[in-house]
Ligand binder design. Sequence first.
Ligand SMILES: [Zn+2]
Length: 200
Amino acid sequence: MTAPLPGGRDAGRPASGLPVGDLPHGLPRDGLLVSVDAAVPSVVLAIGAHPDDVEFGCGGTLAKWAAAGCEIHHLVLTDGSKGTWETDGDPEALVATRRHEQVTAAAVLGGEDVQFLDWPDGELESGRVQRRQVCQVIRQVRPGIVLGHDPWRRYRLHPDHRHAGWLTVDAVVAARDPKFFPDIPEGPHRPEAVLLWEAD
Ligand SMILES: [Zn+2]
């Protein structure tokens, strides 16, 4: 994962001490990007709007962590039923194809578990029903790190990507606090970090 170096007005600003995503003090600036290695977590959950989003967003990171022994879980929020440029074709066959591709890609990267919520592609919303579903998966998987779309990225066009980002961060809050969704059998779980791809 990468993060932009601080601009000129932040030169000399001491490091905050954050465990993930902070930048070593005194590195060169001028628009360069630096990578910050996090410790390999034991369990991670990557949450994508569509089949392929996780692979584009953080596939390299997942492959690296899987090779180091990390347990990788995927959560795909929609059914991928609009994932084509073709104007004809069987929608059910497309969903089956995208599902097979997603499971295969996750296995190549070292993923051990892929769950689908199967909301209609293009119609994902970030309401209470969806938040509860994602919260329950977080409490079941109990990841050290959750990865997902950055909901704050400016000018993000696809509504599913925006809603998937909101669901990721909102469900992390819900999963950690016991008063949220107390009917979920699995107890609260607080991930150590949330990493957002395509971050602004
Ligand atoms: Zn997508």
